[in-house]
Design a protein around this ligand. Structure first.
Ligand SMILES: [Mg+2]
Length: 380
């Protein structure tokens, strides 16, 4: 078990501010079920009785093509339900609050944001780093790049070349029906030695098994989420017929889903996204359960802005994660970010997480103001 440290202190939350920010993407990101052009995110600022500020981020994709959670639904859940409820507590510790939070169904992204803000306020008040409080040792985090779907193969190959040269330690490409076998063959021909994986974002059914049998020939590190989130039996059947590991993403949205997945042998790898599972506490529970079942894990992203990415990096420092994270340099996705320093990768594809209290990254109020499109304040 991952045992959090320094968790006996309680904090009193005096106010919570929600900031909705929008930051343009450097280029549109297209996956099998939609396209986004800007990052629409909710930053959650918790202030405690001693004046400490903690930041979290609720970061579902715009629209509802990845999950039913959207920025609008998360804002609503936070402002109408979760924040008023938090403010009723006299004193809280994040892990205890989360035990209560996880009893409420749904709104994983809103919960993840509030959980992240509480953890941040908590560790800043105690003058420790987030990883230390979570019982996670420090290491440099290997980073992999995720690349969307393009109009032409040449565009895709150009992006892969660019990011491999920057140092990213594996390449994930998105696939969809009609953009799969030929694309993987073309990428493999140009990049025979790169660690390559594909992500279908649930775009196929078991009738497409021959496509995956074909993809099995290309030495892929894994195939992520071939089928719908609840198609555990079908994924189990496909996994029995492939050498390549299947990775669960949309299917692994909670500890309960993970247990179903294990029962059906529906994957050998789990992509743990703090946002999708409802927070750092749930992510750690899932890591423990997955490892106990001999599943390998890695930390994915939506992707998020710097606040949630920085917290994800603290989780990704856990030695139990055995593949590069999807958390990338801030400049990979966004024209700007709200943290200082920005997240960067070195020439070998590693991210070095700054030491210091909290996440080691500061939130820039100036940037939050600049990109803010809505805000709301709640006082205890
Ligand atoms: Mg995925």
């Amino acid at each position: 078990m991952s045992t959090p440290l320094n968790i006996d202190q309680l904090i009193k939350v005096k106010s919570v501010a929600l900031h909705r920010v929008r930051i343009p993407l450097i280029e549109p990101f297209r996956i099998s079920n939609g396209t986004v052009v800007e990052k629409d995110s909710i930053l959650i600022e918790v202030t405690t009785s001693d004046g400490t500020t903690g930041w979290g981020e609720a970061s579902p994709m715009s629209g509802s093509f990845y999950s039913s959670d959207t920025p609008d639904s998360s804002w609503c859940a936070l402002s109408e339900k979760l924040i008023p409820w938090l403010l009723e507590f006299c004193n809280v510790a994040p892990h205890q609050f989360y035990e209560r939070l996880r009893e409420i169904p749904g709104d994983a992204f809103a919960k993840a944001g509030l959980d992240g803000a509480l953890w941040d306020a908590y560790v800043v008040e105690q003058r420790v780093s987030l990883c230390e409080a979570l019982g996670i040792g420090r290491r440099s985090v290997p980073s992999g790049v995720a690349i969307g779907i393009y109009h032409t193969v040449d565009e895709l190959l150009d992006r892969i070349r660019r990011y491999v040269l920057q140092g990213y330690r594996r390449v994930k490409i998105k696939i969809e029906p009609g953009w799969d076998i030929d694309i993987v063959a073309a990428v493999r021909e140009q990049f025979p030695n790169v660690r390559l994986m594909v992500d279908a974002n649930a775009a196929y059914t078991i009738a497409d098994k021959p496509i995956f049998r074909e993809l099995d020939r290309y030495g892929l590190t894994m195939i992520e989420q071939p089928f719908a989130a609840d198609a555990f039996e079908e994924a189990g059947e496909l996994q029995r017929n492939l050498k390549t590991a299947l990775c669960a993403d949309e299917s692994a949205d909670s500890l309960v889903s993970l247990q179903r997945l294990i029962k059906h042998n529906a994957a050998r790898v789990i992509n743990i996204k703090v946002q999708r599972v409802g927070g750092l506490s749930e992510a750690l529970l899932m890591l423990d359960a997955a490892r106990a079942a001999d599943l390998e894990c890695w930390v994915g992203t939506m992707p998020e802005l710097g606040v949630a990415s920085a917290q994800g990096l603290h989780l990704a420092m856990h030695s139990g994660f055995s593949f590069p994270t999807d958390i990338e340099a801030s400049s990979r996705w966004y024209v700007d970010d709200v943290i200082d320093p920005l997240i960067e990768i070195d020439e070998s594809g590693f991210i070095h997480v700054p030491s210091g209290v909290g996440s080691g990254f500061n939130v820039s109020r100036e940037k939050v103001e600049k990109y803010s499109v809505a805000r709301e304040l709640f006082i205890a």
